[in-house]
Design a binder for this molecule. Sequence first.
Ligand code: 6CS
Length: 348
Amino acid sequence: MTIRAVSGVLLALALAACGGDSGPGGATAWRFALEEIAGSVQDRYAQRFKELVESASDGAVTVEIYPYGALGTSAQLTELTQTGAVELAFASAGHLGSVIPEVQAFVLHFAFSDDDAANAHALRRDGRVAGVLEPAYRERGLALLDLVPEGWMAWTAQKPLRRPQDFRGLKIRTMVSPLLVEAYKAYGANPTPMPYGEVYGALQLGMIDAQENPVFAIQEMKFHEVQKALTCARHLPFVASLVANPRFVDDLDTPQRAVLEEALDALQQETLEMARSLNAERLAAMQADGALDVVHLDDTQREAFRELAAPVRERYLARAGKRGAQVLDALAAELAEAPRADAHGPGC
Ligand code: 6CS
């Protein structure tokens, strides 16, 4: 979509705001903006959300999904949600750091466990972590509805990245949260923040050497076609937050609030499996091509990164203050209590 076309869509949305536009036959339309393209984890989540909401509301509510590219960058989607031009959007931790510094706990390497089921448990809607973050979102004009782990981040580059020395001088693209820059400087890399839509071109032109994303995204954005190796270090899960316009949430009538809550609760049971299966499927598809070298780091190799990443925690606390410390405490407490089923699920 061209910039002019995007501006046209934005203007139409701004004029239609806010609180659920009136759709065909008097149905209320909830606009839901994604940071990812059709077929992604966010798209699967949104399609299922649409199905659940439309069926439970008996057609009184319709959900309009806007995939990445329709409305703008992640930062723009967050602004559209704050103004009420869209009711719902995904806002990933990697892009939200300058708006909500506390959420950058989710980009701290090795702050989570290496068990994705335990991490999903710690991020559940009614858990302590979400409880600490809710007011932080509200103060910045966003309602936090859900925290969605989308899979392990993987590094892609022209070579496997087995040791911190492999990062020396490496131009690695990061999302724009300031703490991600600190995280990669700690490994000696040269981190380069940029929006998602620019990554493929930057890799192709050699403006950057490497990037990180969950496996499903690497495949659908075709990053593997311009990179030679994929390294799985389980250093970080990719965490997106589902946000809503606060007035939209506060003004929902009782039946619509129940429809929303039920859909979110149902999705909470389904998301981990949804992300696991998509990531495993896409990793297998990329490996079947034979062109990509896929490397899994063992615990000793991961330890070298963990040591270098540890001091970045202090930088997080300096940026996120007392509530930042509460987020880390809540995360540690949840992980300590989380049931451990499968320390190495499928995929990366
Ligand atoms: O790398 C990014 O910028 C993006 N990656 C994913 C998987 N989702 C949204 C985010 O904007």
